[in-house]
Design a binder for this molecule. Structure first.
Ligand code: BGC
Length: 379
């Protein structure tokens, strides 16, 4: 009886402190220094349902995301490292904000308003050079300014970064802000804003790798996936879109009805061999620019679900084909082939070189505004 009372009292204190935390803006805590000595801070967002998101100012990287399963057991569902040094050394964009331009630009080059711009060719799929995820030092490798925020029933952190005119070859001083919110519906909301003083391509995305069983617990092939897309943008041998928007009908990329990722991941279809598995941009059925459900993921053993909604016209589904056991994650386990997946809401890859795709050009006087919501639940 006394034990029970003690337990009840402890539970009440815990519930109170969670509520108290949720009702205040998160404060920064030190996370270390970059190799060049810049201090990096971490912000922790919580809700009363046991969800906890930690994000740092280096790359606006989500370090961990704890989510309960159907029995209430909490696991960290994002891949990543424990220390800043590991992120600086080699990271396939674990948990990061990718920019100035997410995904590939063919030949590291584009023309805009009569000028040609050259970017770093930091990637060579199929032996074809291209610029990937913003170049050599993209937004995932810079230290952002940050402030903790308190919303109505939510906690947030706003990251800001000024990408200077000419940085990584892109034109214009680009002022970027990315805000993460966590609310009582277990929604992690990502709000993007950007303005520029010269026309420039912009394509910002969140590159979290998820495993709804928990990071470090094997592959993600048993997760079921549904994507609200009737078309995708096929790629060539350099993983660059050909320009076609092709129907998913009759292909391994047809996720209009939920099925497991593993079901057809090893299909010998040309697109699947070119991608080494799923690594494709889906043309979402919603092209209105307003927030709509884009993808739904379910992991049967844990019962965890993830719904992704976005205002963006596309989503890259990447199933971790390049993970090969070389990197070990935060709990010391090796990240093997397909141990995590990304759902990167975005404008289409290489869109600066494809006038037939929705434009990714931001012009002075305009404000880019996009939102993506990752909603966690159980079933
Ligand atoms: C791309 C992959 C790439 C990965 C980097 C994804 O967004 O689609 O092709 O290898 O990022 O880790």
């Amino acid at each position: 009886m006394i034990l029970n009372q003690t337990a009840a009292a402890l539970a009440a204190v815990a519930a109170f402190s969670t509520l108290a935390m949720a009702s205040s803006a998160p404060a920064p805590e030190p996370f270390g220094r970059t190799a060049d000595g810049t201090p990096v801070e971490v912000y922790t967002l919580t809700n009363s349902r046991g969800v906890k998101l930690r994000a740092m100012t280096y790359g606006a990287i989500v370090l961990s995301l704890d989510v309960p399963d159907k029995k209430g057991a909490v696991a960290d569902v994002t891949l990543g490292y424990k220390t800043l040094a590991e992120y600086e050394k080699a990271s396939p964009y674990f948990g990061a904000i990718v920019g100035r331009f997410g995904n590939r630009i063919a030949g590291g080059q584009f023309s805009l308003d009569g000028s040609t711009y050259k970017l770093a060719n930091n990637n060579t799929p199929g032996g074809k050079p291209c610029s990937l995820h913003g170049g050599n030092k993209g937004f995932d490798k810079v230290v952002w300014k940050a402030e903790g925020l308190k919303g109505d029933g939510s906690q947030g952190v706003r990251f800001r970064y000024l990408s200077k005119d000419g940085e990584e070859g892109y034109p214009g001083n680009l002022q970027v802000s990315v805000t993460y919110w966590l609310n009582e519906n277990s929604e992690w909301r990502v709000e993007y804003e950007a303005t520029t003083d010269k026309a420039t391509p912009v394509n910002l995305t969140q590159h979290a790798y998820f495993n709804l069983k928990g990071e470090g617990s094997g592959d993600i092939l048993g997760h079921t996936l549904q994507i609200a897309a009737s078309k995708f943008t096929p790629v060539n041998e350099g993983m660059i879109p050909t320009g076609e928007m092709r129907s998913v009908e009759g292909t391994a990329l047809d996720f209009r009805n939920a099925r497991t990722v593993g079901d057809r991941v090893n299909s010998k279809e040309e697109q699947m061999t070119l991608g080494g598995g799923y690594d494709h941009n889906f043309v979402l059925d919603n092209q209105s620019g307003s927030l709509a459900s884009a993808a739904f993921v379910f992991e049967p053993a844990s019962g965890r679900t993830l719904e992704v909604s976005t205002t963006e016209p596309g989503i890259q589904f990447y199933c971790g084909n390049f993970l090969d056991g070389t990197l070990s994650g935060k709990s010391g386990k090796k990240y093997e082939h397909r141990n995590g997946f990304c759902l990167e809401s975005q404008h289409f890859p290489d869109s600066p070189n494809h006038s037939e795709f929705p434009s990714s050009i931001l012009r002075p006087g305009k404000t880019l505004r996009n939102t993506t919501v990752f909603k966690f639940g159980v079933k």
